[in-house]
Each structure stands twice: as C-alpha cells, then as structure tokens.
Design a protein around this ligand. Structure first.
Ligand SMILES: [Zn+2]
Length: 353
C-alpha cells in the first residue's frame, strides 16, 4: 500500500461520502459501525491518525481498509477508488469563474489604499522603526535578517509612547473601534514588530515576544491591532510566475532577502480560501513548510486547494530560516532544492491556468 498517497485522504471526507454522521468531539469520534448491526455507536474513529476500531464486532484498520470493507473490494481497489473520488471532489471544488470573481473583487479592494486604517498603520510603523534599539537589530541579525532587509521591511519595536502618538494623530472613536483606546497606557511595549505589506501598503502589524517575554508566558505572536484579520506576509514583494509558500513571516523574509518570491502563511494548518486570489494566477506553487507534523498537515490542506504543488524538502533543517542559518545557502542552493521538490498531485486545475 502506498503510504505516501494514503495520507492525503481524510477520514472526515470518507465518512461524509458514506453519509455517516457523528458528534464532533475532536480527533476521536464515535460512529455506528457500518459492518455490524447496532444502535449505540461502538466504532471509534481517530480522524487524525486515520484509524478505526469497532468495539462491537472487532474490525479495525486504516481509511483504506474502511473503504475496502464498505465497497467490498481489496485494498488495492479501495486505494484507487479513493484516488478517483478524491480527484472528483477536487474538480468540483474548483470553479474557475468563482476564483476569477474573487480575484476581481480583491483587485478592486486593494486599489484605494490610503484610508484611515492605513494611516494608523503608518503611524505605528513610523514610531516603531524610529531608533530601533540594538537588542532588536541583533535579534533579527541572529535570525539571519540583514540590517538592510530589516530597514527595508521596517522591522521595529513597540516603544513607550505609541498610544499617546496615536491618540494625538487619530480620532479617538476610530481608535476605540479598533480596540486601541483602552490601552490609554501603552501595551505590548518591548515586543518586536513586523509590518505586513501588500503591494507596498501596510495591511497589518504583527508583534512577537522577546525571549524574556516568552519566558514570562506572553503570547509569542500577536497582531498590534487585535481586531484585524491575519494576512499573508510578503504579498506583491517579488512577482514571479511561481511562488514559494513558507510558514510565517521570517521564513518568507529569509527567501525574499535572496530575491525569491516567497509568501509567508500564518497558521499553515488553516490556509483559507480567502487567500486563494493572491495565488491563483501563479503557475507553480512551491511549498516550503516546516519539516514536521504541522507542516505536513499544512501540505495536506494545500493539496485540497491546489491540484498540483511542489513540496521542497530541506536537508536536516526544521524550516527555511534554520536551513539558511545552518548552511548559509543562497538563491542558487535554494533553487537546487526547488528542482528536487516532490510534485504532489495531477496537472488539472488552477495550477495550470
Ligand atoms: Zn462493528
């Protein structure tokens, strides 16, 4: 059995296909066993691991075993049945017109940029990059982000007095709506700031805790304005026919610094359809997520959205940033890894538009 294939099917999809319902109780759910007659559900399904076990009749196995039993075929046939079904689901999911519409709406939205919110973000970025203290410069340097990149991407620090400046320059009601007024006293002071740009406009400012703050239990990442949605990092920085998706801002910046078109995905396990318009004109989607279970889950999520992706494998490194720090590789080395990327999926769909 090809394990490499198997991991792309989720038990949720299979159960939905057979119209088997269950109470959503996390990764472990109970269903009425379809293989023996029963009223009270006694089959446990581990959605994450893709395993099932019936405490009533004793059958157990993987998703493919489940399908094999349901269809009355061997595992080989069950496996190809799953592939076929999976592709069908995907083709149905991709309505190009729908994506075109989303893309148009998105293009219009990004045209009139300089509204009050952007003015507020501009104030924040100006103030946080005014005399960036050494500890911040050194933090980014240690992460391999050169001073020039830090300045260009306006990495900074929340300094005392930011809320006073905001109150001076902006309407108190607007600030209140954004949840910025109750901070009358300064909040998030000392945290590093990472502005998110989209085609040159600031659309969000993420803050991240220093090591000391992390040790004290403060959240590692936070948006400076709480009520704003998380965004992709590095949109429009470098335009190419392909894009390299990374986990988060620093990994993206590591590649952008090398002149490569990277986009940082916040929370790769929850890649949302809203982000598709940013990517759907790209001919090739490269993925360079972390080499761990979370990264794998992220790849599986993308697999549901893009018929074809190229997964870059990093030698002995958790993520791009670690790879860069470990081997000091440049764009040529990285492009070599891109050439060796694992191609996942077929050729139909938006990747080939
Ligand atoms: Zn049973």
């Amino acid at each position: 059995m090809d394990l490499g294939e198997k991991k792309f099917y989720s038990f949720e999809e299979v159960l939905a296909y057979y119209k088997i319902t269950y109470r959503p109780t996390g990764q472990q759910v109970k269903i009425a066993c379809p293989f023996h007659k029963e009223v009270i559900p006694s089959m446990g399904v581990n959605l994450e691991k893709g395993l099932f076990h019936c405490f009533g009749c004793g059958v157990s196995g993987t998703i493919i075993d489940f399908v094999a039993r349901m269809e009355g075929v061997d595992v080989q046939k069950a496996s190809s049945f799953l592939s076929k079904k999976f592709q069908e689901v995907k083709r149905e999911e991709f309505k190009v017109e729908e994506l075109e519409k989303m893309f148009d709406e998105f293009s219009q939205k990004r045209a009139p940029a300089l509204d009050e919110l952007e003015a507020i973000y501009n104030t924040i970025v100006q103030f946080t990059t005014n005399h960036v203290p050494d500890y911040a410069r050194n933090y980014w340097l240690a992460r391999g982000i050169a001073k020039q990149t830090q300045e260009q991407w306006k990495l900074g620090v929340v300094q005392p007095g930011l809320s006073q400046i905001l109150l001076k320059e902006h309407d108190i009601q607007t600030l209140d709506e954004l949840g910025l007024v109750r901070m009358g006293k300064d909040v998030q002071v000392g945290r590093f700031t990472v502005p998110y740009f989209e085609y040159g406009s600031i659309v969000n400012v993420q803050t991240r805790a220093t090591q000391e703050q992390t040790a004290l239990g403060y959240a590692k990442y936070m948006p400076y304005i709480m009520k704003r949605k998380v965004r992709l990092y590095g949109v429009g920085a470098i335009e190419e026919k392909f894009v390299i998706l990374t986990e988060g801002a620093i990994d993206a910046l590591t590649l952008i610094q090398m002149g490569l078109p990277a986009i940082g995905v916040p929370g790769v396990e929850t890649f949302t359809r809203e982000w598709l318009p940013y990517l759907f004109k790209k001919q090739q989607i490269y993925v360079c997520y972390d080499m761990d279970a979370g990264g794998q889950k992220g790849v599986e999520n993308l697999r549901k959205l893009f018929p074809q992706i190229h997964r870059i494998k990093l030698p002995q490194s958790k993520d791009v940033n670690e790879w860069f720090l470990k081997y000091g590789g440049g764009p040529d080395e990285f492009k070599r890894l891109m050439k060796q990327a694992e191609v996942i999926g077929g050729v139909n769909g938006i990747a080939s538009i």
